[in-house]
Design a protein around this ligand. Structure first.
Ligand SMILES: *Cc1c(COP(=O)(O)O)cnc(C)c1O
Ligand SMILES: [Zn+2]
Length: 432
């Protein structure tokens, strides 16, 4: 059992920093060169540059002494803040209610798949409708602690919507850089939350570069995923919640869709932390799912080769990431959990959207439901066994993407305004 970045628990005791009460970060460690840095010095490794993503390493010995399952049970905090000692910042203001999403035992879906021990975690019920709220509330909180009044990121999707939402609640300004082809649904959500949206006449790469220049120039808080190590720490709270909701009985598999790779890295980190403080006794295996139209991390996994940029040919916009920024942590999460990866077609995602909706009453966006499509694929390939306990992370709400919903949904029944026509059309269609 190793952490993603191979750090050594015993070594380097002196670097333990506790400048801030209730924060148990020992240091940040580069996932490439393994150099360590003090919290707050850098966002990425100054030696490796932007690909030198840092990992937050906690003082688990210390946390074991101050944080137990009974502390957790007695906690009055809401959402992600229940796991305070495992977070990189303390709560400063009451923000949006992020986390505390339901983990459903899905009997009807389980029956449809012949996979009896099946759970779905509905992350679409977070305030802005996706798991990204877990990362953005951390970013916004850390911005406040660093006395920054402006938070910024480049994103077309849920990173932006969640950041704009948390910023609005805290009274921060948010600046969102989007490429020209930004999907309309999420763009309006960002604008409604009051963000300044800079629409860049270029592709995602150009948009990202401009956001970086602006962030450096003005000193805004940088919520660009991957380069900011604290975002994975927010995302990991989904794993902490799943474990707690299962009374710390670890599932056999956790299934999650993969774009940049930060979410899957967070899932691994959450379970890893719980193992390190003795709340659980083993790791679940992690199944990563990419869309077949955009699967650079899957390709690297399959061939054991470095990441190569891929086309972005999928309707699942939240995981349409041709040049992922966190492949190292993502692949480590798969490898160290003895997990696996699969890809799924957009058609399979649409089928999974309507299956999840009609069996469980959960409406997911394509990237959110890709995990269900991946579960079905992995069952058919013998990666998952029918006796396995499986937790599917449904990462985003379907209402964000009405166009995809329309693709996935069956057609309505067209009927003349008379009862005879109605009876004719309805015949055999409705049970009970
Ligand atoms: C961002 C996102 C993902 C993937 O997360 P990454 O960190 O990019 O791998 C999956 N589903 C939804 C709904 C998302 O918004
Ligand atoms: Zn480095």
């Amino acid at each position: 059992m190793r952490p993603v970045s191979n750090h050594n628990h015993q070594g380097n005791k002196k670097s333990s920093v506790h400048e801030e009460e209730g924060i148990f970060i020992r240091h940040l460690e580069c996932t490439l060169c393994h150099r360590t840095y003090k919290k707050g010095d850098f966002l990425t490794c100054p030696v490796c540059g932007e690909t030198g993503i840092l990992e937050v390493v906690y003082d688990y010995e210390h946390i074991r002494h101050v944080f137990s399952k009974s502390h957790l049970k007695a906690s009055q905090k809401e959402g992600i803040w229940r796991y305070g000692p495992l977070l990189p910042t303390r709560q400063v203001h009451r923000g949006l209610h992020v986390g505390d999403t339901p983990l459903y035992l899905c009997r009807r879906l389980a029956e449809a798949l012949d996979l009896p021990k099946l759970y779905v975690k509905d992350e679409g019920l977070n305030p802005s409708g996706s798991l990204k709220d877990r990362a953005s509330i951390i970013a916004a909180t850390m911005a406040i602690k660093e006395h920054k009044h402006v938070v910024a990121c480049s994103s077309t999707g849920n990173a932006a919507t969640s950041l704009a939402a948390s910023a609005a609640k805290f009274g921060l300004s948010s600046v969102i850089f989007v490429p020209e082809r930004a999907p309309l649904g999420k763009l309006s959500q960002v604008l409604i939350y009051g963000a300044s949206v800079i629409k860049v006449a270029g592709d995602y790469g150009a948009t990202y570069q401009l956001s970086k220049a602006a962030i450096d120039y003005f000193g805004w808080y940088n919520r660009n995923a991957a380069v900011n190590p604290y975002l994975v720490e927010g995302k990991k709270t989904v794993a902490l919640e799943v474990a707690e909701q299962l009374r710390f009985e670890v599932p056999d598999w956790v299934v999650v869709s993969v774009g940049d790779g930060c979410t899957i890295a967070g899932v691994y980190k959450g379970f890893y932390d719980l193992l390190a403080i003795g709340f659980i006794d083993r790791m679940p295996r992690i199944l990563g799912v990419q869309a077949s139209g955009c699967a650079p991390i899957y390709e690297a996994y399959l061939k054991g080769e470095p990441i190569k940029p891929a086309q972005e040919n999928t309707m699942a916009d939240s995981i349409a990431v041709g040049s992922p920024r966190n492949p190292v942590k993502a692949l480590a999460a798969i490898e160290h959990s003895h997990g696996a990866m699969v890809t799924v077609s957009d058609q399979a995602i649409y089928q999974a959207m309507s299956l999840l909706g009609r069996t469980e009453g959960i409406y997911g966006e394509p990237a959110g439901v890709a995990s269900l499509a991946g579960t079905i694929k992995a069952l058919s390939e013998g990666i998952l066994q029918r006796t396995d306990q499986v937790v599917i992370l449904m990462t985003g709400n379907g209402l964000k993407d009405p166009r995809a919903g329309q693709e996935a949904a069956p057609s309505p029944i067209n009927c003349q305004p008379n009862f005879d026509d109605f009876l004719e059309k309805i015949e055999g269609l409705i049970d009970g």
